[in-house]
Ligand binder design. Structure first.
Ligand SMILES: [Ca+2]
Ligand SMILES: [Ca+2]
Length: 327
């Protein structure tokens, strides 16, 4: 239970931020303004309009049909304008094949558009910045334009050591880019998180040398000022790293084959790929609870939340589809 103190501290920080934001909202600043000022670099803590915390009259968003016909989708990334970008692995390396990966765009109305279908092997984590889609692809990171051009942004030799299984990618408020390497995906261990500076120089951010519990980092999330959060596919732990001194804190555990990690409203959402579960961790209260929001999925991978906050977008990898879970 050595991590309980870290979790309590994290919850206190989050609860305090949420309280400040709710007070600002009640002083008639618009939710939009608060969200604009605080998202994505701090925290949004937004509530549905007209809804007060604990209001049980809220109506769930309507059900939306899953979008099928996507071979091994790994990651969903929702853009500010509402578009949803998804990586499609195709057949899987090393038993699968190279060259069959895709980047596609999907919509809640069920439509699906191929953005790129050449030059990709097993694309996974996505970061969209301006007109560029950055995507991890085994040992490389590629840049994909919305007109379909694919080029290598970081090759294996740009890394300080050979990547084994590049997974997620995210960016912080200082435009530092972070990339997780899940290491030995079968046995766990050997993973790291790399950091890329504005000169495209890659360094090891953290690995087992910082904390022996870091085995196979997977989902990355930059939502709390001064920290990078991540989860671990091998041990199911949730961590955060303090950016100024790289102190690693374990915040929680029990997330199985942890994969996706996203923040929306007042909760962190985590996916467990191995056991097909989605967890919701309320961080607005010091004693907020963590619940299983959905289970029985077939490879729930790298999740995101729709721009309107109404649905969790879940690539259900082994069912070859993307599922929308009403929140
Ligand atoms: Ca493939
Ligand atoms: Ca992932």
């Amino acid at each position: 239970m050595g991590f309980a103190k870290s979790l309590a501290t994290f919850r206190k920080q989050m609860a305090k931020i949420c309280l400040i934001i709710h007070q600002a909202i009640s002083k008639s600043l618009t939710v939009w303004l608060v969200t604009f000022l605080s998202f994505p670099f701090l925290i949004s803590c937004s509530q549905e309009s007209g809804q007060t915390p604990g209001d049980s009259s809220s109506v769930k968003s309507e059900e939306i049909e899953p979008i099928g016909g996507i071979v091994m989708p790994e990651s969903a990334f929702t853009m500010k304008d509402g578009r949803i970008i998804v990586s499609e692995i195709g057949e899987f390396n090393p038993t699968g094949k190279d060259g069959d990966g895709k980047i596609i765009e999907i919509s809640l109305d069920g439509s699906k558009k191929v953005i790129a279908d050449k030059g990709l092997n097993d694309p996974k984590g996505i970061l969209v910045e301006g007109d560029t889609i950055f995507v991890t692809d085994n040992y490389e990171v590629k840049k994909v334009s919305f007109s379909g051009e694919v080029e290598t942004w970081l090759s294996a030799k740009d890394f300080p050591r050979k990547p084994q299984f590049l997974n997620d990618i995210t960016m912080d408020r200082n435009t530092m880019i972070y990339i997780s390497d899940s290491g030995d995906i079968s046995n766990g261990g050997g993973g790291a998180i790399f950091r890329v500076d504005s000169n495209r120089k890659v360094s090891v951010f953290v690995d087992a040398a910082n904390d022996p519990n870091i085995l196979s980092p997977n989902g990355l999330l930059s939502f709390q000022r001064g920290f990078l959060h991540f989860n671990d596919f091998a041990n199911g732990f949730l961590f955060r790293v303090r950016l100024k001194d790289l102190v690693v804190e374990k915040l929680d555990e029990g997330f199985g084959g942890a994969d996706g990690l996203v923040f929306s409203g007042t909760s962190l959402y985590l996916s467990d790929w191995k056991n097909g579960k989605i967890f919701k961790m309320d961080v607005s209260k010091v004693d907020g609870e963590t619940i299983v929001l959905k289970e029985g999925m077939n490879g729930s991978a790298d999740i995101d939340v729709t721009t309107d906050g109404k649905y969790l977008v879940i690539p259900e990898m082994k069912s070859n589809r993307v599922v929308f879970l009403p929140l």
